[in-house]
Design a protein around this ligand. Sequence first.
Ligand SMILES: Cc1cc2nc3c(=O)[nH]c(=O)nc-3n(C[C@H](O)[C@H](O)[C@H](O)COP(=O)(O)O)c2cc1C
Length: 176
Amino acid sequence: MKTLVLVFHPNMAKSRANAALKAAAQALPADSDATVTVRDEYAQYPDGNIDVAAEQQLIEAHDRIVLQFPLYWYSSPALLKEWEDQVLAFGWAYGPDGKALEGKEITVATTAGGPESEYQTEDNGATMREVLSPYRMMARYVHATWREPFVVFGSMELSDETLAETAKQYQAFLTD
Ligand SMILES: Cc1cc2nc3c(=O)[nH]c(=O)nc-3n(C[C@H](O)[C@H](O)[C@H](O)COP(=O)(O)O)c2cc1C
């Protein structure tokens, strides 16, 4: 299984949670059965100009796409939305000839500042499954297989030990 982790964090230099997850993904031993490619998309496109052909080629070369980002306003940082709008193009991702993602696996890895207890319908108004539904629906639309996301709650209050344990769980998630 070839896994592509696309990291969307607008200020990686100040990140703790996503930086730890990214480092864990990068630290996976190179192994022919579970290749993990990690790309920092904001570093790749500091001016926001996405190389659509390069992104599409990367997706074509992998079986599983992981969209990793900190949860911002119950959504993602802006570059991920732009990435979806440009890369998941008609005739490539959808439409009569758009089958590039068919059969691939798509999932999300996100860090939320709020605790898990906040992501209940009766408290915050929505569960995390509901918050992440645009990604699930996107995967469905392009005929990919949706995998249950990797979610880190309380991301700003994790102890060093918990963050290290979470990073290990992320490695297992990526290689499972
Ligand atoms: C602009 C902005 C919007 C945010 N919106 C949310 C939100 O809607 N829900 C939430 O749980 N946390 C929210 N947070 C907290 C971030 O999710 C948190 O800072 C991030 O997960 C920490 O990861 P990092 O250490 O990689 O930056 C927001 C933070 C920022 C800066």
